[in-house]
Every structure is written in structure tokens, then in C-alpha cells.
Design a protein around this ligand. Structure first.
Ligand SMILES: [Zn+2]
Length: 470
């Protein structure tokens, strides 16, 4: 063997070793990437919540937001047939998987899919997956359809009031990314949205029946853009800032606060069944409140009264009657100010004076607080939380104070009610005159639909006072 051939042999040998090495590394990376994303899908589908791959761990002290990505239709339910003849179910699955994969790079967002293959899942089950996992948001992906193929555009649907902001973020980002006509954010009664406990939005990315839109939607570039839009919309919604290296330690205090906002209840869990809570604000008075109490007594219903300290002081006998008849009470401030305009000390006084007044009159120190106008900035929310009170708003606004007719009030109730809903009426004179008539119809109609009326503490599984275990 000459030196030359030897050198050649060595060179050839090392080349082979090198190639093998490259091939081995390549396949190892490819394999592990593939298997980890696959495992992840299955794990998430099974309802597991541990983040198995270290890449997606949120920064220390911060919690990731759990997001359910729901691919519309599937299996024997093909959804819309696109201009190309392809089905909606395949488009939604493909895009949902891309969103899921893209979310692996976002430490603050933890995704779960409702389906990762072409199977059919009942709408109830999609909502149940999200509810059981304790998701913070659900995004349902769809493509639209219409007999007239010229119709086009993006729209986002929501149902409950707590979902408006999420829907708006999604719509905004999707229109920007896809460049389709902005058909807006719409409220619509949809099962998958109505049964979820958390904010949820259904995006109709575009019209699959419009040839041009369909090809853009199905293209890999179009899907990457749509997936990015969903991720951006979520980050905007959860107010997640891009984390620059080194920025974390400096701003930990601030970002931690942003990452764990104080919970505000708008409704109970739909998974608890057909329950709803009747709530009455701004009272008590000696005109409307006794009528409301009579109706409730007649129907053996316990409700929740969010009272003003000033009104309680003026009508202590009514506070006593409310408590004696088994209703729950909450704090609605002393004089109904806008809390954003108060100093922290003023806010504390509004709440504390009312707690003291109610306890003096009826011996009950409420565990619930409802801010006037449902409005509370972050600082005040923290104050209320620190005072040991839960913040409760509502999901069904009867607008009774505005003088709306009973049929109009009933339309609102039918439109906004779902299992776990909290209904807002008012128990103060000078408001609308149809409150009591509407109340009777709400009780009759929702009763016929199988709703049980419970107090807010029952609905939300919260203690009904700060006095200890009552
Ligand atoms: Zn009020």
C-alpha cells in the first residue's frame, strides 16, 4: 500500500465516518424532534398538563396560560366543502397542528389540541376537554362556506361577554395576516362556545367556497401566516411581552403581576350543569326589594343581593329580611363610585365601611364584592383580593335599569344565558319598572328549561361570608 493510497484510504474512511456521523446526528435530531412533538400531542390529548419538554417551561415564578386549540369538524363530519372539493375538516386539522407546533416555542403559552387526527369529537366533549383541563382560553378553527362563491372574508365568533376581548384580538391579527375582508366580531349562540367556562372564540379564517381564498388558506405560506396570527392574538390577549435575554431578572416583579391577574368571576362552571344565579344590585330599598323578595319566596328561590352600604344603612330592616330569608349578600361599595377614579384609600374605605355596616345590621360579613359598573382597575382588584373578597361580575345583563320592556329583557336573557350564568338585575327604586315582571318570567322560562336557581357562593363554590364556616 503506497503512501498515496493509504492517505486516500484514510481520507475515504474518515469521509465515511463523517457522513455516518452526520447521518446519525441528523436522524437522531429528526427522530427526537418528531417523537417529542408527537408525544406531546398525545400527552395533551390525554389531558396531561406537565410540560415534558424543557423548552416550553415558563420563566421561574411565572405560569403559562393554558390554551386549547380546537380543529373544527373531523371524521364523519367533513364540514364545508371547499371550491377545490377538499373538506374543511382537513384544513382545520392541518392549521390546528401548525398552531400547536408553533406554540411549542412560546414558554408562556401551553397548548392542547382537542383532536390531532381525523376523528369526530362531539361539541360537548370539545368544551369538556377545555373545562376539565382548566384552560385559560379556547380557540376553535374553522373555514367558512357560502353558496355564492364570491363571498369572502374573516370573522370571529364569540358568545359570552368574557370572550369579547379574545375574539377581538383574534380577528384583528387574522385580518392583518391574511388580508381578507374584515367581517368583524360577532356574537353567536354556538355549542362549543356556550359550554366553555373560559374565554373562547371561533375563527372563520376565510371562505373555503371562494377559490382564491381557499388556495391562500390551504397553502403552507397561508397556514404559517394564520398560525402566527393566532399566536400573536393570544399573546396580545394575555398581554405577553417578548422576553429579551437579561430583561427577565430586571422586570420579574412586574411581569409576575401581569402573568397572574386577580380572578374576576363572570359565571360558574358549565360542567356543574344547568344552574344560574339571580343577582340584584344597588339596593336594598323599600319599594322594589320587598316585591323581589316576595317573588323569590313564592318560588322557593335563593338569590344574591349586592348591596350598597349607604342603602343598607337607610333600610336595615330590608337587609335583615334578605338574610333571614336565606339569600346571600355581597358588597357593592358604599356609594357606587367609579373605582378607577378613587385613590386606594378611598377604595378601601368604600369597601370596608360597607362590610362593617352589613355585619352590624345582619351579622354577616360578605365574602363577595361586585364593583360598581363592573369596572375595576388592576390596583383596585388587588386591593379587593387582599381584603379577602372575591370579585364577581355577571354574564347576563338584563339592562333593567334602562327602562327596557319585559319582552326586550327576556330577549337579552335568552340570548346570554348558559349553564353557570350569573344574571344581573337591580333592586333599587328609580331604576326600570319592569324588574319584577321580568324576574317572574325569568323564573318561569328558565325553570321550564331545567335551570336550578342557586346563590352566587353556591354557583362558584365560594364561602358565603367571611364570618367563618356558615
Ligand atoms: Zn350597581
Amino acid at each position: 500500500m503506497t503512501t498515496l493510497t493509504k492517505r486516500r484510504a484514510i481520507a475515504r474512511g474518515s469521509l465515511i465516518v463523517l457522513l455516518l456521523l452526520i447521518f446519525w446526528i441528523g436522524s437522531a435530531i429528526g427522530w427526537s424532534f418528531h417523537s417529542s412533538s408527537r408525544e406531546n400531542v398525545q400527552e395533551k390529548l390525554a389531558g396531561g398538563s406537565s410540560s415534558s419538554n424543557g423548552l416550553t417551561e415558563p420563566p421561574p415564578g411565572m405560569r403559562a396560560y393554558k390554551v386549547v386549540i380546537d380543529a373544527g369538524h373531523g371524521g364523519h363530519d367533513p364540514g364545508a366543502t371547499g371550491a377545490s372539493g377538499d373538506y374543511e375538516r382537513d384544513y382545520t386539522l392541518s392549521l390546528a397542528r401548525k398552531v400547536f407546533e408553533r406554540l411549542q416555542d412560546e414558554p408562556m403559552l401551553e397548548p392542547m389540541l382537542t383532536r390531532s387526527d381525523d376523528t369526530f369529537i362531539e361539541l360537548e366533549d370539545r368544551a369538556a376537554i377545555a373545562n376539565e383541563w382548566g384552560a385559560d382560553a379556547l380557540i376553535s378553527i374553522h373555514g367558512n362556506t357560502y353558496e355564492d362563491s364570491s363571498v369572502e372574508g374573516t370573522e370571529t365568533l364569540y358568545m359570552n361577554k368574557n370572550s369579547v376581548q379574545l375574539a377581538e384580538s383574534m380577528q384583528h391579527e387574522m385580518v392583518k395576516a391574511m388580508g381578507f375582508r374584515d367581517r368583524g366580531v360577532k356574537k353567536q349562540q354556538l355549542k362549543v362556545l356556550s359550554l366553555t367556562d373560559m374565554p373562547s372564540a371561533l375563527i372563520e379564517i376565510g371562505y373555503l367556497t371562494n377559490g382564491e381564498q381557499e388556495s391562500r388558506m390551504r397553502s403552507s405560506e397561508g397556514q404559517a401566516a394564520a398560525a402566527e396570527a393566532i399566536v400573536d392574538g393570544l399573546k396580545q390577549y394575555f398581554d405577553i411581552k417578548e422576553q429579551q435575554a437579561g430583561e427577565n431578572s430586571r422586570e420579574t416583579g412586574k411581569t409576575e403581576k401581569e402573568a397572574s391577574p386577580i380572578k374576576i368571576y363572570y359565571n360558574g362552571a358549565a360542567s356543574d350543569g344547568k344552574q344560574t344565579a339571580l343577582t340584584f344590585d344597588d339596593g336594598p330599598d323599600d319599594v322594589v326589594t320587598p316585591e323581589i323578595l316576595d317573588v323569590l319566596k313564592e318560588n322557593h328561590i335563593k338569590a344574591t343581593f349586592f348591596m350598597l352600604g349607604s342603602q343598607a344603612a337607610a333600610h336595615p330592616e330590608m337587609v335583615k329580611r334578605i338574610v333571614d330569608e336565606g339569600h346571600a349578600i355581597g358588597n357593592h361599595s358604599w356609594s357606587h363610585p367609579r373605582f378607577e377614579e378613587l385613590s386606594l384609600d378611598e377604595a378601601r374605605e368604600q369597601i370596608n365601611d360597607t362590610q362593617v355596616e352589613l355585619e352590624e345590621i345582619a351579622g354577616v360579613r360578605p365574602s363577595l364584592f361586585r364593583p360598581p359598573y363592573g369596572a375595576l382597575d388592576e390596583e383596585n382588584a388587588e386591593l379587593v383580593h387582599d381584603m379577602g373578597l372575591w370579585i364577581v361580575n355577571w354574564s347576563v345583563d338584563t339592562m333593567d335599569w334602562s327602562g327596557l320592556s319585559t319582552p326586550d329583557i327576556m330577549d337579552l336573557v335568552r340570548d346570554e344565558i348558559w349553564p353557570g350564568g350569573i344574571i344581573l338585575q337591580h333592586s333599587s327604586s328609580g331604576g326600570g319598572s319592569n324588574t319584577v315582571e321580568a324576574l317572574k318570567q325569568i323564573i318561569t322560562e328558565l325553570g321550564e328549561e331545567g335551570y336550578a336557581f342557586v346563590t352566587v357562593p353556591e354557583l362558584l363554590h365560594l364561602p358565603d361570608s367571611q364570618n367563618g364556616d356558615l
